[in-house]
Design a protein around this ligand. Structure first.
Ligand SMILES: [Zn+2]
Length: 280
């Protein structure tokens, strides 16, 4: 790595976005092929690999002296494939020297991963596909709804969940994304304002019985469902349910409008920290 190369996943993503210009969705394949030509171990292949053990992988091609990015074609949405490609391309840029054997990344590594290197690749993919300035320009001060999330997911070629996590990370509002399996919380991520308010949804917590996630599709509404205090965190909450289609998984976006919001310039300093503080 030369001295002029970016030092962090976010800096790498920002550099590539400014080099390629604001064209969305970002074409990860093209960038990976083109940009890696400057290295003596470029990305030579980006191909499907129909295996059940991972969503994406980065493998060294020892004979040819380059790398292959593999992705699982059974991933249901094109947005998730794009995010996975971004994740593996992040491993290539940031981690291949430290991990010459490459990476195999499962669904929880690609989105919601807790291991440091997985978290960094996730961060890279998020900033490459959804640059913060552009994301904020799309959303502005609008009320976050399923339609607005869909607009973002379409623009950036990512899943609704990836767009919801990006919003949670970048918003000045008090909000969280809660991911559960079979009725119990797996992990969550919260905005800086939610962290400041002490909102917490511990892994292993049972989904509140009156929550939209627990009630199933009865309560699906584009604008979300307004829930009284006592359902989520003893505060009135608006829950936008984003249901995944397998593994009995539910994903909810929670917005706590009564808790107000914090100035954006406070958040900038906390964004990197907040990334590291959600608990599995
Ligand atoms: Zn990974």
């Amino acid at each position: 790595m030369t001295k002029t190369e970016p030092k962090t996943p976010r800096a790498w993503a920002n550099m590539l976005v400014s080099a390629w210009g604001p064209r969305f969705p970002v074409d990860v394949r093209q960038i990976a092929y083109e940009y890696s030509k400057r290295f003596n171990d470029p990305v030579l292949k980006i191909v499907e690999a129909d295996v059940s053990t991972f969503e994406g992988a980065l493998y060294p091609l020892r004979k040819k002296g380059g790398w292959a990015i593999l992705y699982n074609p059974s991933i249901s949405s094109p947005g998730r494939i794009n995010y996975t490609l971004g994740h593996e391309w992040g491993h290539y840029l940031c981690h291949r020297t430290a991990a010459p054997g490459g990476f195999e990344c499962g669904a929880t590594d690609v989105l919601g991963g807790t291991l440091d290197l997985e978290r960094e690749a996730d961060l890279f993919s998020s900033y490459l596909l959804m640059p913060l300035d552009d994301f904020r320009a799309q959303v502005g001060n609008q009320r976050m709804t399923l339609d607005l999330l869909r607009h973002c997911a379409d623009r950036y070629g990512v899943s609704l969940t990836a767009a919801a996590l990006k919003w949670t990370e970048s918003t000045s509002r008090c909000a969280a994304v809660v991911v559960a399996t079979n009725g119990y919380v797996n992990w969550f991520r919260r905005s800086a304002a939610a962290e400041r308010a002490g909102l917490f949804f511990p892994p292993g917590m049972e989904l509140p019985a009156a929550s939209a996630a627990a009630m199933g599709d009865v309560l699906i509404a584009a604008d979300g469902v307004d829930l009284p205090p006592g359902v989520w965190a003893n505060r009135p909450a608006r829950e936008v349910a984003l249901f995944a289609d397998k593994y009995e998984m539910t994903i909810s976006l929670l917005v706590f409008e009564d808790l107000g919001f914090m100035p954006l310039d406070w958040i900038e300093e906390e964004v990197e920290d907040t990334f590291d503080r959600f608990v599995r």
